[in-house]
Design a protein around this ligand. Structure first.
Ligand SMILES: [Zn+2]
Length: 250
């Protein structure tokens, strides 16, 4: 059983073969990036039995200061939708072209508070912001959910796990320059890991510029099978159970 815990299959790159791509995994968590996208994600989950919905505001879509409160109020309503399983994609992104970081921090922290209030798991995006991520997680009660596309240090992994989160492992784990990440993954207990592709983003190393698909879940699964010295089927089984437990689904 394969659970792809982070996908964007509503993307127009899947307009021609969406159903086939969904069927490449047994279950997927479809993550919204904005409130506009969230409506689409909820309809998508209603349409396909194997699709679970996460609604949230991605840091790249951080609204301007005067609009944050209104957007968070709208999010708190969407979160109560019967097809909303999780809150995501939320987080921090310190790349140069991103919205003002202070606003991102506020948006992220307040979405974590909404998740706590409605007892929802989260899917967290973090790029070049592990320090601020750790500060925000440390200042809050334990949560539940995933650190998506984990590629940070062993210390950050420890803190995220202590705070209740599982680490999402994607195609980057197989990149030739991924030795440091593979070394971190070696020390992560098996019950703290889930698989993801982030389709259509993060394609395998030799397919740069092409779209990623859920079938590529086999790539991080193979990396874990080698690290754990077990069959790939066992990796699928363990990570599937981990994902279902974190999301509170049977
Ligand atoms: Zn994503």
């Amino acid at each position: 059983m394969r659970f792809d815990t982070h996908v964007h299959l509503c993307d127009k790159q899947f307009d021609k073969d969406r159903a086939q791509c969904i069927a490449q995994a047994d279950r997927v968590l479809e993550c919204a990036v904005s409130l506009e996208n969230a409506g689409q994600v909820l309809r998508f989950a209603a349409q396909y039995k194997s699709v679970y919905a996460a609604v949230g505001i991605h840091p790249s879509y951080c609204p301007s200061g005067e609009h944050i409160t209104a957007e968070l109020d709208r999010l708190a309503v969407l979160v109560q939708h019967p097809y909303c399983t999780a809150i995501g994609e939320i987080g921090l992104d310190k790349r140069a072209d991103q919205p003002e970081f202070l606003l991102q921090q506020r948006l992220f922290a307040e979405q974590l508070d909404i998740a706590a209030m409605y007892r929802k798991p989260v899917s967290i995006h973090c790029v070049r912001a592990s320090g601020p991520l750790c500060d925000i997680l440390r200042s809050r009660e334990c949560g539940r959910g995933f650190i998506h596309g984990f590629s940070m240090s062993k210390e950050t992994a420890r803190l995220c796990m202590d705070k209740g989160y599982l680490l999402g492992v994607g195609t980057v784990a197989a990149y030739t320059n991924g030795d440091r990440l593979r070394d971190v993954l070696r020390y992560i207990p098996k019950d703290r890991v889930v698989l993801e592709t982030d389709s259509p983003y993060m394609p395998p190393e030799l397919q740069r510029g092409m779209r990623n698909v859920p079938d590529n879940l086999k790539i991080p699964a193979q990396v874990l099978a080698e690290l754990w010295n077990c069959e790939i089927q066992q990796v699928y089984a363990v990570t599937y159970t981990n994902a279902c437990t974190a999301l509170g689904i049977v």
